[in-house]
Ligand binder design. Structure first.
Ligand SMILES: Nc1ncnc2c1ncn2[C@@H]1O[C@H](COP(=O)(O)OP(=O)(O)OP(=O)(O)O)[C@@H](O)[C@H]1O
Ligand SMILES: [Mg+2]
Length: 610
């Protein structure tokens, strides 16, 4: 704007400043000062407005920053919500898996079936074993329940944690939503309200589902509680059984004991009666034996060895019936006892047991087997290892009796000899020397002290292994000598003493020289055997006929048997016969000899007791 200077007068009216200048000087100065003033005002305004501008710019910046920060914050929030959602999904998945693994329903049904089993057991019996079973099952169930309870607790605590987390998430989400809502209204920044809302809804659904599964677990927990209650019932029931059972048992035991006492006293009486009868039988047998004249004769029929052979022997009670295979007539022989082909070793032993034990009462006892070669003499006395004969059984019985006779003290000695070709050989001596006879006793005969059956068996095994054995057409393992095993017994007690001997004699078998086909050394043996057996026959006949001279000295065998054949000994002959038709003649000859011996009175047996 251009001002023209004019005089003061020209400025009469201030209101006419815009009129065409004809401005006085004073007014100009005034104007100038006004301009300056306005300029100052303008500058001040400028400064102020600049300051205001700066203020507004910085506030704009602050606002901008705030907006940025808010944006970042909301993005972060959204991201953290997303990760939380992911976590929630993982938890949900884990929880589902866990629930599956637990198979709560399956376990529940298992438990139910177990409970029904327990109920069955419960009703089955009162016996202790069931009580024990129930106790075991109960323990197992309690353990299972404990495990389930722990698992449920774990699930519950997991759920609790999840709930708390959900709660926090929901709270944060709600906060975020409300914050977003206000932000939206205020700044219209277009935040993801809808999205958050959706997320919130999903979260709400998840939460509901979690609540449901928690309810499921709670159901399982209720079931477990029921099982627990059932088990508590069962426990109480088992306790009552356990307390009642011993009482029932004690009652039964008492009744049984009473019955047992009654039976036991009856049994003792019967035992006493039986013992008495046994004593009487023993006494009667002794009387009969004495009256009969000492020699008793048993007859044992050997079973047929070959299935092609035919038997000519029949057994009826204590009789032997032999049928002549050529003329078909039969003859009968009577004996004290007859053992048929089916008889066992133990049957023979049972019949001679009393005789054997009488040796411990001071009687001399002599048991000898007699018969044709191959008729079973050695089998009856020695027998095979799996079915031992009289020697073994008699020895066992003697040592058994010794151990049961407490008041007596016994000493037993053993000797084992064979008469081979009329010479005496000591089978327990390592020296191979021939023994001489002095007063019908072999000199220097080995007599070993025997303490028990095992010792005796081993000595017998040793001695018998060196016995003379050969073979002939009738017997592959024919004894070629007479064997005499003797046990010498000495007994003492506080009021008496005794001595006796028991001899078990396995005679060699008589044989028809032509029939057995023996030659050379075997023939020589056979001749000696037959001679000694013939002498035995002659001696028995002489005794029977009460001849003044009895030819004991005609053979070593009869000299050794003299003690047993005349007086004071209990003598038993076991006649062995072969049942085959081809042996008929020898069998008849043996039967006749045995019958003759049976009718021979040898004198009264006497116990050697002082
Ligand atoms: N009771 C039996 N049960 C089964 N087999 C038997 C019986 N008796 C004898 N034997 C058998 O008959 C055969 C002859 O028996 P053993 O040797 O005892 O006759 P032996 O009379 O002693 O003859 P030897 O006089 O020749 O010595 C043997 O093979 C034996 O095993
Ligand atoms: Mg023999």
């Amino acid at each position: 704007m251009q001002f023209e200077l004019k005089d003061d007068t020209e400025f009469e009216d201030d209101d006419n400043v815009n009129t065409e200048p004809s401005v006085p000087l004073s007014s100009f100065c005034e104007l100038q000062s006004k301009v300056a003033y306005l300029q100052e005002q303008l500058d001040a305004f400028k400064i102020e407005s600049n300051a205001n501008m700066q203020v507004s710019q910085s506030s704009m910046k602050i606002l901008k920053n705030a907006l940025e920060k808010y944006k970042i914050h909301t993005e972060k929030l959204s991201k953290s919500n997303e990760s939380k959602m992911k976590k929630l999904l993982v938890y949900k998945h884990l929880l589902n898996e866990y629930c599956k693994n637990l198979e709560l329903e399956q376990m529940d049904s298992d438990l139910k079936s177990e409970i029904s089993k327990l109920a069955e057991l419960k009703s089955e019996s009162l016996e202790l074993k069931y009580a024990e079973q129930l106790e075991d099952i109960k323990d197992a169930h309690q353990k299972e329940i404990e495990v389930y309870r722990q698992k449920i607790q774990e699930v519950m605590s997991l759920l609790k944690k999840e709930k708390q987390k959900n709660k926090k998430i929901t709270e944060t989400a709600q906060k975020a939503i409300s914050f977003a809502k206000t932000q939206k209204q205020e700044q219209n920044a277009g935040f993801k309200y809808e999205e958050l809302k959706k997320k919130y809804e999903i979260l709400a659904k998840e939460y509901q589902m979690l609540q449901k599964s928690s309810g499921k677990n709670i159901n399982a927990s209720v079931n477990f509680e029921k099982v627990k209650e059932n088990l508590a019932d069962l426990k109480a029931y088992v306790k009552t059984i356990c307390t009642k059972f011993p009482l029932v048992l004690i009652k039964i035991i008492r009744e049984s004991l009473n019955k047992f006492h009654i039976f036991s006293s009856t049994n003792t009486k019967l035992q006493e009666q039986y013992n008495q009868l046994l004593e009487e039988k023993k006494a009667l047998l002794n009387i009969i034996h004495k009256l009969k004249g000492n020699i008793r004769v048993f007859c044992r029929v050997r079973p047929l060895i070959s299935e092609y052979e035919k038997s000519c022997i029949e057994v009826y009670q204590d009789k032997i019936i032999a049928q002549n295979p050529t003329i078909k007539n039969s003859k009968v022989w009577d004996f004290d006892h007859v053992f048929g082909p089916e008889c066992q070793q133990k049957d023979i032993f049972l019949e001679v047991k009393d005789l054997i034990s009488s040796s411990l009462d001071g009687y001399n006892v002599c048991i000898f087997t007699y018969g044709q070669t191959g008729s079973g003499k050695t089998y009856t006395l020695e027998g095979p290892d799996e079915d031992p004969g009289l020697i073994s059984q008699a020895s066992t019985e003697i040592f058994y009796q010794i151990s049961s006779r407490m008041t007596w003290d016994y000493k037993v000695k053993l000797s084992l000899l064979e008469v081979y070709n009329e010479t005496i050989k000591d089978l327990l001596s390592e020296k191979n020397e021939k023994l001489k006879l002095q007063n019908n006793e072999p000199t220097n005969l080995t007599k070993v002290i025997i303490k028990g059956v095992e010792e005796l068996t081993s000595f017998l095994k040793y001695g018998l292994s060196s016995r003379a054995i050969g073979s002939n057409s009738l017997n592959l393992h024919s004894s070629r000598s007479h064997l005499i095993m003797t046990l010498y017994i000495e007994g003492t007690c506080s009021y008496a003493s005794l001595h006796s001997k028991i001899s078990l004699i396995d005679l060699a078998g008589s044989e028809r020289l032509g029939k057995t086909g023996s030659i050379g050394e075997t023939l020589q043996e056979a001749k000696y055997i037959n001679l000694s057996l013939l002498t035995l026959g002659t001696v028995v006949s002489a005794i029977q006929q009460k001849q003044s001279h009895i030819p004991f000295r005609n053979s070593v065998l009869t000299m050794l048997l003299q003690d047993s054949l005349i007086g004071e000994a209990k003598t038993l002959m076991i006649l062995q016969i072969s049942p085959e038709e081809k042996n008929y003649e020898e069998t008849v000859s043996s039967l006749n000899f045995a019958q003759n011996a049976r009718s021979t009175s040898l004198g009264f047996a006497k116990a050697n007791v002082i």
